[in-house]
Design a protein around this ligand. Structure first.
Ligand code: GDP
Ligand code: MG
Length: 448
């Protein structure tokens, strides 16, 4: 995994925080110290580290957890937010409709441009786009051959002219040639320069000629915090720029490179994580950080919950909070959970909840959810909306109808009562999105 050392150190700091009996001054101090040490070791700039520490301490002091969230959970959330902030704001790479998206790739010699052009081409071809690459490198011997081979491997169109002398002219001709046949055209430029100034000049000349939709700077991640100068010069030179950081595999300075680039405000859109075509990832700061921290993917999780619950689910959840939880709501929540995938996966996506279920508990939990659904399918709409009317004879009927036992029907009702009491106790203002779901998972943990 990329940035493994940093990940382990940060994870350790958060674990300590999560395990501390009280969130007192001492714990906060130690947390900040641990974070500082981890970040500095990853070559993150000292000033960035100090800024982060100050902001985090202030937020820990001032911000109160929202109702229903413990102080500890809240602290973990703040740490996570600040750390992903260090990597910049989320951004995305999107292809234009109707006409090719032209991307000019620039970067110093050896930064990994040509390799990244091929990786990007492969990435988008796999997603069904028609991709073409243009060789505009007249400088490096073998540049033509290198890109040609990589394009073949990636299964994308290639344009180049080994006789060509002027890179700007080559870029223009290549884009012209591929325009009608491609959704995405990537131009690999020469990057013969050893320093930023020459590079920026070459880039400007090229950009004026081919008018790309985006200029992407390829930065060598092994530079650590020194990557800042390139990113800064680049950001000043072009407002439509984005960044691809390469070689994050096998460097202990990756955190330094990413944070240094992000601090210039230029968005990092992709990262290179190896020498092979498939070693490329779209970059999202929150997701990257969550994974680095081993927290499960917080953002993905929240979005999934939202998607699967939809508006109706949220309303139901709100009703439930007012104590109007019905079996219908429970049923809908169970449906939502099963749509999200196996319980094991759902639980692993729940960070900071202390949900650690064994394989066995998971299996039992999943089985139980299924049985509960079957039971509820045998209930009448009236029963689902007013579970109070479920008397002995109705329970008998439901058990028979669902092929389960009366004991199981009663167990479901007991769980329902528990959930209802818990939700009522939690009262208003509880974070609706994670509330009932989170509790349900916890309940399953206990109720086996
Ligand atoms: P260019 O001069 O900017 O076009 O750089 P190249 O694409 O030719 O790459 C220079 C070297 O860096 C090659 O040996 C690549 O295999 C290597 N390289 C590029 N990207 C990565 C990466 O993400 N990880 C690793 N480990 N090596 C990379
Ligand atoms: Mg090259």
């Amino acid at each position: 995994m990329v940035l493994e050392g940093l990940g382990r150190a940060l994870h350790g700091a958060i674990q300590k925080l999560a395990r501390a009996p009280h969130l007192d001054e001492q714990v906060v101090k130690e947390l900040v110290r641990d974070l500082q040490r981890a970040l500095l070791q990853a070559d993150v700039n000292v000033q960035l580290v100090l800024d982060l520490s100050r902001r985090l301490e202030e937020r820990l002091r001032k911000e109160a957890p929202p109702p229903g969230m413990s102080r500890r959970e809240h602290a973990v959330k703040l740490v996570y937010e600040e750390l992903s902030g260090l990597l910049g704001k989320p951004s995305s790479f999107e292809l234009k409709r109707g006409g090719p998206t032209v991307v000019l790739m620039v970067g110093l010699q050896g930064s990994g441009k040509t390799t990244s052009v091929a990786k990007l081409a492969y990435h988008f071809r796999k997603r069904g786009y028609r991709v073409g690459v243009v060789c505009a490198d007249t400088f490096r011997a073998g540049a033509y051959e290198q890109l040609l081979q990589l394009a073949r491997k990636a299964g994308v169109e290639f344009w180049g002219d080994p006789q060509g002398r002027d890179p700007v002219e080559l870029a223009r001709r290549g884009v012209e040639e591929l325009r009608g046949r491609c959704d995405l055209i990537l131009v690999d430029s020469a990057g013969r320069h050893k320093e930023e100034r020459g590079l920026m000049e070459e880039m400007k000349r090229m950009a004026e000629e081919i008018r790309p939709d985006e200029v992407m700077l390829v930065v060598d991640g092994t530079l650590g915090q020194q990557a800042r100068e390139q990113a800064e010069a680049f950001r000043r030179a072009t407002p439509v720029g984005s960044i691809l950081v390469t070689k994050l595999d096998g460097t202990a300075k990756g955190g330094g490179a990413l944070s240094a680039v992000a601090s210039t405000g230029a968005p990092i859109k992709f990262i290179g994580t190896g020498e092979h075509l498939e070693d490329l990832e779209p970059f999202s700061p929150p997701r990257f950080m969550a994974r680095l921290l081993g927290m499960g993917d917080l953002e993905t999780f929240l979005r999934k919950v939202e998607e699967s619950l939809g508006k109706k689910g949220e309303e139901a959840a709100r009703e439930a909070l007012k104590g109007k939880l019905t079996l219908r709501t429970v049923y809908e929540q169970l449906e939502a959970i099963s749509r999200m995938g196996p319980l094991r996966k759902v639980a692993s996506l729940l960070p900071g909840l202390g949900v650690t279920l064994s394989e066995e508990q998971m299996r039992v939990g999943e089985e139980k959810l299924k049985r509960f659904k079957v039971i509820m399918q045998s209930m009448t709409p009236e029963e689902l909306d007013n579970p109070e009317i479920l008397n002995a004879s109705r329970i008998r009927r439901i058990a028979r109808g669902s092929g389960t036992s009366e004991a199981e029907v009663r167990e479901l009702l007991k769980q329902y009562e528990l959930m209802k009491r818990m939700l009522t106790a939690l009262g208003k203002g509880r974070m609706v999105r994670t509330g009932p779901l989170a509790k349900l998972v916890k309940e399953l943990e206990k109720g086996r």
